[in-house]
Design a protein around this ligand. Structure first.
Ligand SMILES: C[S@@+](CC[C@H](N)C(=O)[O-])C[C@H]1O[C@@H](n2cnc3c(N)ncnc32)[C@H](O)[C@@H]1O
Length: 208
């Protein structure tokens, strides 16, 4: 089975209808990530089936929860996760990929140009000191920081009626207890990722 067919199968299992050509582009992204990974060590996940599940399908499990957003910031994007799969799934969504590592952002620039992702903007900055021209409707992170640090470091980047979304594994009860009083947990959604034998939760945070 090709990567593209495996991705299409996973998307169908999740009930996600993506634009024409998206599975091929997602496969091209994984191939580019695997190629760069040989030299630059961008992600510990290297096996193709694991890349499909842990990178593409895991990232896209967030898609229904950013349906109303017009702009999205991926904080600590690394190799572009979850931001690049979301940008491929939603060409109308303006996606900014932020990372403080020059090496990671060089890869994100390459991915933008090779995959022709007109809606993607890579940025090399530290999140806590970055001052963009406009705040974002959705500020998302995966494997970036605990909830309290995510709120403290990234809250200034969220539009007044926007939302922060943190991708987590098991229900993060302990982290939720430490969310600063400036913010409230608006919801904790259990995410379903086909072929993944582990828990996934999305924590939604809003200004209190
Ligand atoms: C564990 S990686 C996660 C990458 C990606 N989100 C994923 O799920 O595969 C965390 C990333 O956060 C970036 N990072 C750490 N501190 C940062 C900061 N203060 N501002 C921006 N990026 C930061 C690191 O360079 C790294 O690429």
């Amino acid at each position: 089975m090709t990567l593209e067919v495996r991705i299409a199968e996973g998307l169908a299992a999740m009930g996600l209808a993506l634009p024409e050509g998206a599975p091929a582009k997602l496969a091209e992204y994984l191939e580019l990530l695997a190629k760069w990974n040989k030299v630059h060590n961008l992600t510990a996940v290297r096996e193709p089936e694991q890349m499909v599940v842990l990178h593409v399908l895991d990232s896209l499990s967030v898609l229904p929860h950013v349906a109303k957003a017009h702009s999205l910031l991926d904080v600590g994007s690394g190799g572009g996760l979850p931001g690049i799969p979301l940008a491929i799934a939603r060409p109308d969504l303006e996606v900014t990929l932020l990372d403080s590592s020059h090496k990671k952002v060089a890869f994100l620039q390459q991915a933008k140009s090779q995959l022709k992702l007109a809606n993607v903007t890579p940025v090399c900055e530290r999140v806590e000191s970055w001052k963009p021209a406009k705040p974002f409707d959705a500020v998302v992170s995966r494997a970036f920081a605990d909830l309290a640090d995510f709120v403290v470091q990234a809250h200034h980047l969220v539009a007044p009626d926007g939302e922060m979304l943190a991708m987590k594994g098991v229900h993060p009860f302990d982290e939720i207890a430490k969310v600063p009083a400036t913010h409230r947990v608006a919801g904790v959604v259990e995410l379903s990722v086909p072929s993944l034998d582990a828990k996934r939760h999305l924590v939604l945070l809003k200004a209190a």
